[in-house]
Design a protein around this ligand. Structure first.
Ligand code: C5P
Length: 212
């Protein structure tokens, strides 16, 4: 079974995807990490993020196992990721490995922006996780505070707004729900309630499935 979980920054899609994968016994891929990896390599090399040829080369040579994943969590890297993610050569270089991951025997859970629209349009279940911009900013703000990072709520909100705009308005693989995605608004849900809601969406077609 292939399950895709797409949605905007700080919607809770990553946590939900990880928990669903664990519950279903499926491997999980956080596709955002790939774009973060490319953004990180570009910043490390001191290259401008709009250098399309260099970014495509960075994507082709990306080996996440060689990068300390903790370094990819910073907002600065998320911002860089969203810039390189708009470059067609970067997306093309990362597509096959994401598709191979999705199509492995037994299936997988993938989260990102285009998992249900581009990577695995054939997915059995597609979730599109949303929450209001203010709630997403509150979550990100709390996360930063918990990590001991200095943060200003208004700045976090502005960053989320910029990233939403860039991810939704780019011409290639923009953030949007697949026509057959089920929308899950987590604005008023805590993590447990969101997980239960996600699981019931995933299990609904399983109950009535005719193909394996
Ligand atoms: O989900 P995360 O915040 O880690 O993603 C970082 C950035 O990578 C996003 O803002 C988006 O621009 C890009 N991305 C993408 N397609 C995906 C996953 C992430 O364009 N499937």
């Amino acid at each position: 079974m292939i399950v895709t979980v797409d949605g905007p920054a700080a919607s809770g899609k990553g946590t939900l995807a990880r928990r669903l994968a664990k519950h279903l016994g499926l491997p999980h891929l956080d596709t955002g990490l790939l774009y973060r990896g490319v953004g990180y390599l570009m910043l490390e090399a001191g290259l401008p993020l709009d250098d399309a040829a260099a970014a495509a080369r960075a994507a082709q040579s990306l080996d996440l196992s060689k990068i300390d994943q903790e370094k990819l969590r910073f907002d600065e890297i998320g911002e860089a990721a969203s810039k390189v993610a708009a470059i067609p050569g970067v997306r093309a270089a990362l597509l096959k490995l994401q598709q191979d991951f999705a199509r492995q025997p037994g299936g997988a859970v993938l989260d990102g922006r285009d998992a249900g629209t581009v990577i695995a349009p054939e997915a059995d279940v597609k979730l599109f996780v949303t929450a209001t911009r203010e709630e997403r900013a509150r979550r990100r703000f709390r996360e930063l505070q918990d990590r001991g990072e200095a943060a200003v709520f208004e700045a976090v909100l502005a960053d989320i707004k910029t990233r939403d705009g860039r991810d939704s308005e780019r011409s290639i693989a923009p953030l949007k729900p697949a026509p057959d995605a089920v929308l899950l608004d987590t604005t008023r849900l805590d993590i447990e309630a969101a997980f239960r809601a996600a699981l019931s969406i995933v299990e609904a077609p399983r109950a009535g499935r005719t193909r394996s």
